[in-house]
Design a protein around this ligand. Structure first.
Ligand code: NAP
Length: 342
């Protein structure tokens, strides 16, 4: 019998308004950067998407280059749209992005109008969609006028390819500039996608959290688990099959004793709170209602189940926050922040 979504799927998830827009996003969203390429069996991808949707995760985040090979995560998600999520399009928020290297030659990356519009068309084709809900400029392009990049985003919305636009990893100043241009064009910036976690606080240090609040732009923070470092999996070495074992985006180097010792102490705080470390890390980014959604990744559906339970205990005492700061700041966040500038 065909898969049917859980009837109670909207009962437990929290939905937060995205900035000052009319759109609400789930407090926890699922990203398809890892484990949705040709290296992962389709059954596992399907299981993760079904599990997420059954738990009220309505938002799935993609990009042109997610794989490997680049584009294969969108192709896999397109397949799931056709098989399992057919008929559910209006219950889903699907995003894609362009900015990183995607095809050879001078038009295959960064922020030109030529690249962004062509890439959006390719993403729609791979996913078999008429439109995406959110289309992002994946990174600021220092060599293309911001007016051109924002003009392309505006065109993508006006031509029906996307409903909203966002920017990713832009610093506070560039965010203000892009937001002003987009506002003038009549396509407001809905959302910003920066990296953020207990171990990576650049968006606080840069003033981006305040900027977004000031501008009424929502935020969806990526790698809130520091790619898995903010879980218990590395406390006793690097397990086979984990992201650090691949030594690509999460370097084995990061799993160094000084960091792991502090992560162990953070885990002690989580245990006192009756949570897993992953749950505490997610509750931490969502504390104080300043962040719209925590954008997790997963390699199996049980991790998604674990993560969503973060919402059962999402408040912190001042003492807990101070203790978290102590251990998290002791970990080598500079090394981490650099690696997170993807
Ligand atoms: P993350 O949530 O920090 O890390 C995900 C990894 O943590 C999983 O692959 C898994 O590692 C581990 N994990 C997750 N839940 C767990 C649990 N409950 N218990 C134990 N381990 C758990 O996020 P991310 O995957 O780095 O990024 C999330 C999404 O953000 C991406 O998919 C993408 O959509 C987006 N993103 C955007 C940008 C950008 O430039 N805009 C950059 C990076 C990511 P194992 O695989 O080792 O099991």
């Amino acid at each position: 019998m065909a898969w049917q979504p859980a009837e109670n799927r909207y009962e437990k998830m929290k939905y937060n308004r995205c900035g000052k827009s009319g759109l609400k996003l789930p407090a926890i969203s699922l990203g398809l950067w890892h484990n949705f390429g040709g290296d992962t069996p389709h059954e596992r991808k399907l299981d993760m998407c079904r599990t997420a949707f059954d738990l009220g995760i309505t938002h799935f985040d993609l990009a042109n280059n997610y794989g490997p090979p680049p584009g294969s995560a969108e192709t896999a998600f397109g397949e799931i749209m056709r098989t399992d999520f057919a008929g559910l399009r209006d219950e889903l928020i699907i995003s894609s992005k362009a900015g990183y290297d995607m095809w050879p030659g001078p038009y295959g990356e960064w922020g030109s109008r030529k690249y962004l519009i062509a890439s959006c068309d390719q993403s729609l084709k791979r996913m078999g969609l008429d439109y995406v809900d959110i289309f992002y400029s994946h990174r600021f392009d220092p060599d293309t006028p911001l007016e051109e990049t924002c003009g392309a985003l505006d065109h993508i919305v006006r031509s029906g390819r996307a409903l909203y636009v966002g920017i990713s990893s832009y610093n506070s100043q560039r965010t203000r500039e892009a937001a002003a241009i987009l506002k003038d064009l009549g396509t407001p910036c809905l959302i910003h996608q920066p990296s953020y976690s207990m171990l990576n606080r650049w968006m606080e240090d840069d003033g981006l959290v305040d900027t977004l609040e000031d501008l009424g732009i929502g935020s969806i923070v990526f790698s809130p688990l520091a790619q898995g470092m903010l879980t218990t999996k590395y406390l006793n070495g690097i397990p086979e099959g984990s992201r650090a074992a691949q030594n690509h985006f999460l370097k084995k180097d990061f799993i160094r004793p000084s960091i792991i010792e502090n992560i162990g102490k953070l885990n002690g705080i989580a245990e006192r709170r009756g949570q897993t470390l992953a749950q505490m890390a997610l509750a931490w980014v969502l504390r104080g209602d300043r962040i719209t959604s925590a954008l997790i990744g997963a390699s199996r559906s049980a991790q998604i189940v674990d993560c969503v339970k973060a919402l059962e205990n999402d408040s912190f005492t001042a003492e807990e926050l101070a203790e978290i700061d102590l251990y998290a700041r002791e970990a080598d966040i500079n090394l981490w922040a650099k690696s997170a500038e993807l």
